[in-house]
Design a protein around this ligand. Structure first.
Ligand code: CA
Length: 244
């Protein structure tokens, strides 16, 4: 029997310095990565729209058309949580802070050691894998308020009463549970739960949240668990927020 082939990791490198981009491509390919190069922000978004998801993005901060911080921010806004490692030419603390605040997982200052960059990319991918694993395991039973939801058996009860939920309702709750406390945009929910990209109508999401409130909120007009955030989306708070 053939030994199982290790998973090939795909990498998007966004770097406008041609010689550096080529050196990175060569070295990551030698390490077994599949590499796509983009030399502008526009090319990066085109590559992201075209390919299946990348395992990691190496993102230069200074690009001809936009900066790496904005690219990272825009990715996170649309719910893309691919690990991002920023390449910054400056070692200013502000840059590092802005990098992390824009949603990057890690940063490395130019000039950098190639071996270290490769190790950091691997570690960012590994961390994301663990996180996924932990989330799926931890999310098999969810309790909040007087509700109990078992995602494995699909048994749902509120105040001891058994409820029947649709698969989509369960998927929506699961996604909320995996993102506790975070404001989630309607577009992100459509993309992650309904698997719809660039869907114009976010009303669907509102209708489903109304259904969840009807099921789980003690008073659906004063939600405590499934909260609306004006102009931004929804937030799930399992400990319940004082109605107000
Ligand atoms: Ca640059």
């Amino acid at each position: 029997m053939e030994p199982e082939a290790p998973e090939t990791h795909s990498l998007l490198i966004v770097e406008d310095e041609d010689h550096l981009a080529r050196a990175l491509r060569l070295n990551f390919e030698l390490e077994g990565f599949e590499v796509v190069i983009a030399s502008t922000g526009r090319e990066a978004f085109a590559a992201l729209a075209r390919s299946r998801p990348f395992h990691c993005i190496v993102l230069d901060v200074t690009l001809p058309d936009m900066d790496g911080f904005d690219i990272c921010r825009r990715l996170r806004e649309v719910g893309d949580y691919t690990p991002v490692l920023m390449l910054t030419a400056r070692s200013l603390t502000d840059d590092r802070v802005e990098g992390l605040e824009s949603g990057a997982d890690d940063y490395i200052t130019k000039p950098f050691d190639l071996g270290e960059l490769i190790a950091r990319v691997r570690s960012a991918i590994r961390r994301r894998d663990w996180e996924r694993h932990r989330q799926t395991r931890a999310s098999s039973v969810l309790s909040f308020g007087e509700a109990r939801i078992d995602f494995d058996s699909h048994e749902v009860s509120v105040r001891g009463e058994v409820l029947r939920l649709t698969t989509l309702e369960l998927d929506l709750i699961r996604y909320f549970a995996q993102n506790v406390g975070r404001v989630i945009a309607r577009e992100e929910l459509l993309q992650k739960v309904w698997k719809l990209r660039n869907h114009p109508n976010t009303r669907t999401v509102d209708n489903f949240v109304l259904r969840l409130r009807r099921h789980f909120e003690p008073d659906e007009t004063q939600p405590r668990y499934f909260l609306s955030v004006r102009g931004a989306g929804y937030r799930f708070v399992p400990e319940g927020e004082a109605a107000g």
